[in-house]
Design a protein around this ligand. Sequence first.
Ligand SMILES: O=C(O)CCC(=O)C(=O)O
Length: 258
Amino acid sequence: MNAHSDHPITTAETLSDSTIQSFRTNGFVHIPSVLTPEEVAYFHDAAVSASERMTNLAAGYAKDIFTQNVNVWRVDEPVKQLTLHPNLASIARRLAGIPLRIWHDHILIKKPHNNAATEFHQDGPYWPHDNHKHSLSAWVALVDVPVERGCMTFIPGTQHLTDLRPQNLADSDDLFVVAPHLMWEPRVTIPLKAGDCTFHHSYAAHMATPNFTDVARVAHVIIYMDGDTRFNGAAHVITDPLHLTPGDSLDQDIFPLV
Ligand SMILES: O=C(O)CCC(=O)C(=O)O
């Protein structure tokens, strides 16, 4: 199930300047081998088990696309080790170049033969955030994810488009309705070995291919936000229970600095 990579573990210290530059220019980057094969096996089993126990938030809006379990780190000790993984956090901080907090994590599983893409969208417009210019996600492959199993595709440079309305990730046209010129931009598709990850900026337009294989696609996504992000008053499943006031700092236990 999981390819054992011969690549040495990538750390914040071994990250090259050109990798950091590539992230800042394109809005995404492929980082090979952020976890050891032993960690991949441990976190894969933990993620699948947590997902089976937790509510599937996508049941209402994206049921064929993936299952989605949010803030797993708050209730599951092994997954917490992955979400707060020091190697991932250090790489994220080097890419962003600023102090970061956890916004939330989520486990996204595409069932075998789900045959449904996650359509193009940006993440930033969904979030109730001000002051979050550097927010980014680590999308960690917990199985091998070739193109046929649901890997990520990005449109380079789109992280600069910060004023689009939220786009529907179940509608293949929606991003191109709000930004028609993007239809003609080149796209970059990044298959991942288990234990690799991509990082993407919160405004980088991205989609994930369908799963046409017999194996579930298991990804764990850790979202980091700027340390001084503020709440902007919009509704969101993570912040609704906190009864915040617009302008409030997100300096709270549920959003730890990493
Ligand atoms: O894994 C997927 O299907 C989509 C992931 C995604 O949109 C994200 O991590 O922002």
